[in-house]
Design a protein around this ligand. Structure first.
Ligand code: NAP
Length: 282
């Protein structure tokens, strides 16, 4: 038995990324450009409010300005789309984030589609996802993008390896699988209808779990020496992987918290300064 996997420290890497973002934001400001992230927030969903607060705090720390459009829960899809379109036409807003989930019956897809490609720093539109799949330049959804950065930071080889992604959402599992395919991994994408999930997971040299069920992936499923990335975030700071058991078999593993989570916001900040740079080329 392994004496314990090496921990992939997302907190430390995210801090380094934020330090780089701060320098880029300063350079932009010295040219008269104030990098700005605009958030559209609908209703008062507790975790969303907490996420937006955390994100705004991180923006402040690195010198990215935030503006917020707050809409009541009873708002219509048309009103949300109109708010996004106003920001799309506002040259001072470089990145747009539609905080989700949005309350039912608002059509979040319609809101996402109103975000223009160059401002889609959260990578939620079908245009961004399509370009991600094709390996074309785009802002890739922040969590999978942050995971690729972590894999690269820890020199995890991807070419030819068996990668298994559990979860197929448009913001996480699907772009993740696409990026791994583009990095030449052999990818299996699992979901709630997958048969024998344990057998699929056991083949993984690189395992990415993003399902939203606490400690669902058991340690005994993990291939010895595998790289285990837990994107799950459940109440009480619990991941989707049974960390204590999995770390005894894995070679590298992300903790929850302190693994994938900090990378998501750092990536959003990085995308925002990149968008501001692209929209203000010298
Ligand atoms: P989601 O939209 O609810 O998607 C969950 C996915 O998991 C779906 O594809 C679902 O399959 C699959 N799934 C559910 N139960 C399963 C099971 N028993 N076996 C296999 N697959 C199963 O969730 P999400 O937005 O992708 O988020 C996933 C997790 O990541 C959550 O814990 C969330 O909090 C976390 N997250 C973390 C960050 C971060 O910054 N760290 C960011 C975003 C999300 P079907 O498609 O068949 O329904």
């Amino acid at each position: 038995m392994n004496s314990g996997a090496r921990i992939m420290d997302g907190t430390a890497l995210a801090k380094r990324i934020r330090d780089e973002v701060r320098e880029r934001a300063n350079r932009l400001r010295s040219r008269g450009v104030e990098p700005t992230l605009a958030t559209v927030l609908v209703g008062n969903h507790g975790p969303s409010l907490a996420y937006v607060r955390a994100k705004n705090k991180r923006c402040d720390e690195v010198g990215v300005r935030t503006v917020q459009v707050e809409l009541a829960s009873g708002t219509t899809t048309n009103d949300v789309v109109a708010a996004v379109e106003r920001l799309a036409g506002d040259a001072s807003a470089h990145g747009i984030l539609v905080q989700h989930p949005v309350p039912t019956p608002i059509d979040r897809r319609a809101a996402f589609e109103a975000v223009p490609l160059l401002k889609d720093v959260d990578g939620v539109s079908s245009a961004s996802l399509g370009r991600t799949i094709l390996g074309m330049l785009a802002f890739v959804s922040c969590t999978p993008s942050g995971i690729m950065r972590l894999l690269s930071e820890y020199n995890v080889p991807l070419e030819g390896v068996e990668a298994v992604v559990v979860g197929r959402s448009a913001i996480l599992g699907r772009p993740m699988a696409s990026m791994l395919i583009n990095a030449h991994a052999t990818v299996t994408l699992c979901h709630s209808r997958t048969r024998n999930l344990a057998e699929q997971v056991a083949r993984a040299d690189v395992l990415i779990v993003a399902i939203g069920r606490p400690r669902f992936v058991l340690g005994e499923w993990i291939k010895p020496g595998a790289v285990v990335i837990d994107a799950g975030y459940n109440e009480g700071n619990i991941g989707d992987v049974d960390f204590d058991a999995a770390r005894l078999r894995a070679g590298l593993i992300t903790p929850v918290p302190g693994g994938v989570g900090p990378m998501t916001i750092a990536t959003l900040l990085e995308h925002t300064v990149q968008a501001a740079e692209q929209q203000n080329l010298e």
